[in-house]
Design a protein around this ligand. Structure first.
Ligand code: DGL
Length: 270
């Protein structure tokens, strides 16, 4: 009954925490590809190749269903994987759709035509690769009309988080929010479109101000996964144990994860 959770590094832990809380009886195998992080500055082919390799490792660990807890992989690789690579007995799901469904206040599986929604000015903070893919705007256009999205590529934030340099990460968050506000002075909502960013959520909120509603993915993805598994119980794979895999240095990655989540996390080599 194991489900795989994948990210380029530590960011997907924010999603893993939420899905573990929502589904306490399900085993989760986490894989962070820290040896190749950040993905956000790589081209789409590179992200595709690395993501496929990581997903295969999670299939080998008995996880028939893998969540890409990484917006960059969801934006740059998921569609291609689903269309031509994922075998029929396996599933790979991304983190975009639950977020957009929440923003547009739609029910799961509502396939009616796009319509006007309450929020008109949305700030999107994401990695350079996610921003340039325009995947968020594409998915949004299927569901909503008249929404103005201003996207800010937040170069450097993931590297600073992966390095544990939170002072630099905070300075970069402030300057990215300022840059966005010069182009969109009054966003109504902000999307933290990278799973690393909830680790800096307070800094984003402080820089944006209290009038901006901040959407982050973890709880939305957890709810969506619970709903999916209820409808597709067979997709809980044969694995039974929860553990953390990394392509990086297990000791270093464990220390950083423990620092971020404020409880002991032990990674082993993937
Ligand atoms: N946490 C990832 C995301 O959600 C990837 C960040 C990166 O590796 O650049 O986009």
């Amino acid at each position: 009954m194991a489900v795989g959770v994948f990210d380029s590094g530590l960011g997907g832990l924010t999603v893993l925490e939420a899905v573990r809380k929502r589904l306490p009886d399900t085993a989760f195998v986490y894989l962070g590809d820290s040896a190749h992080a950040p993905y956000g500055v790589r081209d789409a082919d590179d992200v595709y190749d690395l993501t496929c390799k990581a997903v295969e490792r999670l299939w080998d660990a008995g996880c028939d269903l893998v969540i890409l807890a990484c917006n960059t992989a969801s934006a740059a690789a998921l569609r291609r994987m689903q269309e031509s690579w994922v075998p029929s007995d396996k599933r790979v799901l991304g983190v975009f759709v639950p977020l957009i469904e929440a923003l547009t206040e739609r029910q799961w599986g509502d396939n009616s035509p796009p319509r006007e929604v309450a929020v008109k000015h949305v700030a999107l903070f994401a990695t350079p690769a996610t921003v340039s893919s325009r995947a968020f705007q594409r998915e949004l256009a299927f569901r909503a009309i008249g929404v103005d999205v201003e996207a800010q590529p937040c170069g450097g934030v993931v590297d600073a988080i992966e390095d544990g340099d939170l002072i630099l990460a905070e300075a970069l968050v402030n300057s990215h929010v300022e840059a966005l506000k010069r182009r969109m002075p009054k966003p109504e909502a902000a999307i933290l479109g990278c799973t690393h960013y909830p680790l800096m959520e307070n800094e984003f909120r402080n820089a944006l101000g209290p009038q901006v509603k901040v959407f982050s993915q973890a709880d939305l993805v957890a709810e969506s996964l619970a709903d999916y598994l209820e409808r597709h119980p067979k997709m809980k794979g044969p694995g039974t144990e929860s553990y953390y895999l990394t392509t990086g240095d297990p000791k270093r990655v464990s220390d950083k994860a423990t620092q971020f989540l404020r409880r002991k996390i032990e990674f082993i080599a993937a």
